[in-house]
Write a protein that binds this ligand. Structure first.
Ligand code: FPP
Length: 262
């Protein structure tokens, strides 16, 4: 169990399962939630602190949200930690973030593992330092057999890059005579994305007031419900997560079709 989560919120396991039951009774709980962890820099600046202070606080928020989502019974939580475009930031900020990811793996992996969380990284992992690549491989290996929530961390991730590498893989198969172009289906493209095997996100949460996708999960977000808030990521709490889920439960999802009652 997530000791710190329960002690901090002062709720018992049975209270928690009652709350989960009430949530499930109210409507479908999103199987997959994606989060763009935005607003760290602005949050820090508003406090007169360096942007890196905001990233550290953002990592703390991620810990809390992972625990909360896992307790709620979310199957997959995808968090956008570093985009293919974030390399344009000042070198000090980039190296701070890389250290933060590395520390996160060092400090969190055992607790994630004990709580049956399976960690998975999406993005161009080969473009990261060898030290980080090794830690990522170790973390994925350690938690590979876990059957609880999948924590999908997007690092050096770009939606366009993801689709491009899928297209390249398929083109190579066609060129090698392993398949015909007309055998390429949406399902096959999905199977060549980093997220292969995972359901598409039901709910995307973007804090910090910006209303854009920022090259995140471009293919997978086709029918995802968006929940946008002005709260900066470091101030985002499990109560906000619950609010987003409850709002999601009131949405009328039609996937381009019509509901039976209409
Ligand atoms: C976007 O906010 C945030 C990032 C580019 C970094 C996100 C990283 C974390 C939350 C650290 C935790 C992650 C892990 C995996 C430990 P921004 O910096 O663009 O904020 P701004 O829009 O206010 O400038």
């Amino acid at each position: 169990m997530w000791k710190k989560w329960f002690s901090k919120k002062n709720v018992s396991v049975s209270q928690n399962s009652q709350a989960n039951q009430a949530l499930a009774d109210a409507g479908p709980v999103p199987r997959h939630i994606a989060v763009i962890m935005d607003g760290n820099g602005r949050w820090a600046r508003q406090k007169g602190c360096p942007r890196t202070f905001g990233h550290r606080a953002g990592a703390e928020t991620l810990r809390e949200i992972v625990k909360a989502a896992s307790e709620i019974g979310v199957e997959v939580l995808s968090a956008y930690a570093f985009s293919t475009e974030n390399w344009k930031r000042p070198a000090e900020e980039v190296s701070f973030l890389m250290r933060l990811f590395s520390d996160y793996l060092d400090n969190e992996i055992n607790e994630l593992d004990e709580n049956n969380v399976k960690i998975r990284f999406i993005g161009n992992i080969g473009g990261l330092s060898l030290v980080l690549q090794n830690k990522i491989a170790k973390a994925q290996q350690q938690t590979a057999g876990n059957t609880g929530m999948v924590l999908n961390l997007a690092v050096n991730y770009g939606g366009r890059a993801e689709i491009t590498q899928a297209v390249c893989q398929l083109a190579e198969k066609v060129q090698a005579g392993q398949m015909r172009p007309d055998e390429i289906t949406e399902e096959l493209i999905g199977n060549h994305l980093y997220t292969s095997g995972l359901p598409d996100p039901d709910l995307l949460i973007r804090p910090s007031g910006d209303c854009r996708i920022s090259n995140f999960l471009l293919w997978q977000l086709a029918y995802t419900e968006f929940w946008l808030t002005d709260i900066q990521w470091p101030d985002f709490t499990p109560a906000h997560l619950l609010e987003a889920i409850q709002d999601f439960q009131r949405r009328d999802r039609r996937f381009g079709g019509l509901n039976k009652s209409k």
